[in-house]
Design a protein around this ligand. Sequence first.
Ligand code: MRU
Length: 375
Amino acid sequence: MNVNGTPFRTIWLKPGNDHVVQVIDQTKLPHAFEVNDLVSVEDVCNAIRDMTVRGAGLIGASAAYGMYLACLHTHATDFQHDLICAGTALKATRPTAANLAWAVHRMLLAIDTGRTYAERCSIALREATAIADEDADHCLRIGAHALPIISAIASRKQGQVVNILTHCNAGWLAFVDVGSATAPIYAAHSAGIPLHVWVDETRPRNQGASLTAWELAQQGVPHTLIADNAGGHLMQHGLVDMVITGADRITRNGDVANKIGTYLKALAAHDNQVPMYVALPSSTFDFALRGGVANIPIEERGSAEVRFVTGQTQQGTIETVRICPQTTPARNWGFDVTPARLITQLICERGLCDATEAGILSLFPEQRESGAAGG
Ligand code: MRU
């Protein structure tokens, strides 16, 4: 998508040096647009852990390039052992997004088919590039599948603006390009449908305020930032036509882990008969799990993210300030699980389906025989 009119992805190889991976430093947005070089698997682990890169799709693509960088720096004799260690280190960076383990697993399988060291390195590069390209392509397809839903709402509203609420950032910054929750928005905007997006600020890290608001502005999509707690009020007053969120992991029965607060939006949407869609590529499915509340690992992050906020002062400096008494304890869960029954439909690259095991398996019949843990 565009940054000041120039197309960017969120991750790419440095032009002229394919031993360096470059990423947008998302910890600096929206105040500065900076690009970081990653040259080793340790760099990639750190970038995922400190959220220089974040969002399920981009975490997966970053891990894929991390495995490629690990290949480059591995001694031919210890290749297998070193790569397994690299994969284990990457998987330990963040626990909730399914795309991370999925990408590491896919890279290990692909690299294993190479016979020589050189062949394995070139397979790793090819596979990481394929994962990144597919991520972007799947998001585009999500947009195409969702466009008729938004068109139908627009027709019903006879040309009035369609209001869409989204939570956190499942935008192009959370993927390689386009985004999952934003793909329908960008598709409808390009098709000339008048729309407006309510952007939840998404405490504690404010990915809505700092990332979604920034990327929608860059693409010229009308939007308004709202406090996290405003969504229910807007729905009660008919100001939300649909909710679209992304997902960090989804079980085979359709329970969705997404940024903390998504569950409350889903409850409010259900109470107000507002359709609640979850947009996600297939790499976010965890077909081995059933029963998300009990079984999806939920990341708990440091309490400082709740106790402090960071922003730009009127003088233009970036500062972090405490918003509670000095001794107040805090807890910080990164995600919650929205039960499938609260979700109107899922939007995947293969099409739309109900958030049920039968619905999901109708799109992914090859997963019928895969086992599932949990009840
Ligand atoms: O903690 P993050 O920023 O990596 O969380 C991811 C998210 O932004 C959301 O949960 C998003 O809706 C799903 S990621 C495609």
